[in-house]
Design a protein around this ligand. Sequence first.
Ligand SMILES: Cc1cc2nc3c(=O)[nH]c(=O)nc-3n(C[C@H](O)[C@H](O)[C@H](O)COP(=O)(O)OP(=O)(O)OC[C@H]3O[C@@H](n4cnc5c(N)ncnc54)[C@H](O)[C@@H]3O)c2cc1C
Length: 289
Amino acid sequence: MKAAKFKYIRPSSLDEAINLLSDFGEEARILAGGQSLLPTLNMRLSQPKVLIDINRLDELQGISHEGKHIRIGALTRHVDIAESDLITENIPLISEAIEYVAHVAVRNRGTFGGSVALADPAAEMPACTLALQGTLVVEGPNGRRQIRADDFFHDLYETARAPEEILVEVQLPIRRSGESFAFMELSRRKGDYAMAGLACKATFQDNRFLSVRLVYFGTELKPTLGENVMSQLEGREWSETLAEKVIASLEDDLDPVDNLQGSAAMKLHLQKVLTKRTLAEVVQRLGNV
Ligand SMILES: Cc1cc2nc3c(=O)[nH]c(=O)nc-3n(C[C@H](O)[C@H](O)[C@H](O)COP(=O)(O)OP(=O)(O)OC[C@H]3O[C@@H](n4cnc5c(N)ncnc54)[C@H](O)[C@@H]3O)c2cc1C
């Protein structure tokens, strides 16, 4: 199939893009890498009247070190994240997870901002952004505002971004000593969206978990914090007994959806397996950081 007719506009400044979004409202869509949007247009799952191509907006580009965080411009391509030394050295969770995002051809065009703004529940970058307690910067007709990742992901493809706002950049805190990270996912084939996945950031003191962020994706309607599991780990040393206890309590955190990827029961089982493996991995890696 081919996309329904639409008007194509390529603004040359962020202000112009925001004005266009305000003028056209729900009839417009932002076009970034097009890797998710264009297939939905071609299948006519979405028929916007106007596409606003933001690819010429230089202010949305680039990765930079700014104080205690790394700034990732919304238009930064997945491939540039994968090749960035700044990301490898400072945000190891992202450099580990980016390899799981689709295939090379998609990573060459797809953008970090597009992935986070879309908030696909099986996508890797939204889960990592939440695990890292990132900050999302959006700009609209009323100016710029910052949204904590904890407040950003509302429901299936629903976020705190208003329709007339553009995601400008994501700020991710630089790793600190005592922190350890691990990322795992299970998919049918390498590069497919996850059937079940887990992004973890853990802070240790004297070999005990000081705090843990566990974000489950692929099984819920949005990236989801495992709050019961997280609270049970705090202050404890890792052991087989603790592993069994926290895995049982995952049932209170997750409510997996049945879909073509598998049943809810199977997905819960997969997340339990990933929880045990991921926590063992962050503990083991602590010795290597
Ligand atoms: C075959 C295939 C496999 C894939 N597998 C995976 C996978 O395993 N994991 C994964 O995470 N992704 C996967 N993707 C999606 C890919 O990662 C996309 O790059 C990503 O989802 C969207 O980025 P984009 O730049 O292409 O956004 P687009 O497709 O251009 O836009 C996506 C949506 O976000 C909105 N948007 C884009 N940028 C902004 C912005 N700055 N501010 C506000 N709204 C914005 C658009 O309006 C649109 O609604 C796959 C895609 C394909 C085609």
